[in-house]
Ligand binder design. Structure first.
Ligand code: NAD
Length: 269
């Protein structure tokens, strides 16, 4: 049986990489999907992708999806994203705060020479977005009937990073922003457990997407180095993260909240 049947999910950063894989996996499991991104087209990256936009591909495969232009750092846009889920599909069960940027991946620097603007932009897109998404999603989840038969009211999944838990040279603000994501995840989990809203974060390791191509391209790390450091042989694929995001949004994770799950091929072990 499909594990997300009758659930409505928002996925941010859905046009490329992990967000695209998560949106496709959710649809495959029966969810109706609201895709939120700056633009509907995918960012170019190392692994060949179909030219079709995520929402179009879902509909072509027989699923339900819409695209809503969204800047995740913008309050009104995030409210509009949640409202669009409700006006199109009648409710909201799952929010995946996935959109993120790594400004420093293009130009790795130590903290004291990184421009202040990099801090502001990184925190806006990676951390403020999680607060805004949770704020409007929870407001909606509290208004609606709980999901049946589980009785749960909602699932919030935040995409953090292993960099939120380990320090690396050259990208101090990205690491700090992801630390904020994992911390905010625990706050939301504790605050809304009484309403049966689950909140967990996934900390992906190196996964082959556009951000990954920037990180290896800038010399911050190399493919050979990554192969050596991964007990499972090398960097992961977006689908490796998406499979786990399905579990966290399903009734199989009924007893999981406030967790930060490393999905990294053993890199941090
Ligand atoms: P990606 O660049 O392939 O995709 C990110 C998507 O987010 C893009 O479609 C982009 O348009 C969108 N986006 C960027 N800024 C936005 C904004 N302000 N509003 C709305 N959408 C915006 O990157 P990815 O690797 O798929 O990254 C997805 C998430 O996973 C990010 O939060 C990233 O930090 C995290 N992550 C990635 C890796 C990795 O190795 N790829 C590892 C750990 C964590």
């Amino acid at each position: 049986p499909q594990r997300l049947l009758n659930k409505v999910a928002i996925v941010t950063g859905s046009s490329s990489g992990l967000g695209r894989a998560i949106a496709l996996a959710y649809s495959h499991e029966g969810a109706r999907v609201v895709c939120g991104d700056l633009r509907p087209e995918s960012r170019p990256h190392v692994v060949e992708e179909t030219a079709m936009n995520t929402d179009e591909l879902i509909r072509k495969n027989g699923g339900s999806a819409i695209f809503v232009p969204t800047d995740v750092g913008d309050t009104e846009k995030m409210e509009c994203l949640v409202n669009s889920a409700v006006s199109e599909f009648g409710r909201l069960d799952i929010l995946v705060n996935n959109a993120g940027i790594s400004v420093e991946a293009d130009d790795p620097r130590p903290l004291h020479t990184t421009p202040n603007e990099t801090w502001d932009l990184t925190m806006r897109v990676n951390a403020r977005s999680v607060f805004l998404g949770a704020k409007f999603a929870v407001t909606q989840m509290l208004k609606q009937e709980p999901h049946r038969p589980s009785g749960d009211r909602g699932w919030i999944i935040n995409i953090s990073s292993i960099m939120g838990s380990i320090a690396t040279e050259g990208n101090p603000f990205y690491c700090a922003s992801k630390g904020a994501v994992s911390s905010l995840t625990r706050q939301i989990a504790v605050e809304y457990a009484k309403y049966r809203i689950h909140c967990n974060s996934i900390s992906p390791g190196y996964t082959q997407t556009a951000i990954f191509a920037e990180t290896t391209g800038s010399g911050m790390t190399s493919l050979d180095d990554l192969r050596r450091k991964h007990p499972f042989g090398g960097p992961g694929k977006p689908e490796d993260i998406a499979k786990f995001a399905v579990v966290l949004a399903s009734d199989d994770a009924a007893w999981v909240s406030g967790a930060n799950m490393f999905v990294d091929g053993g890199y941090t072990a």
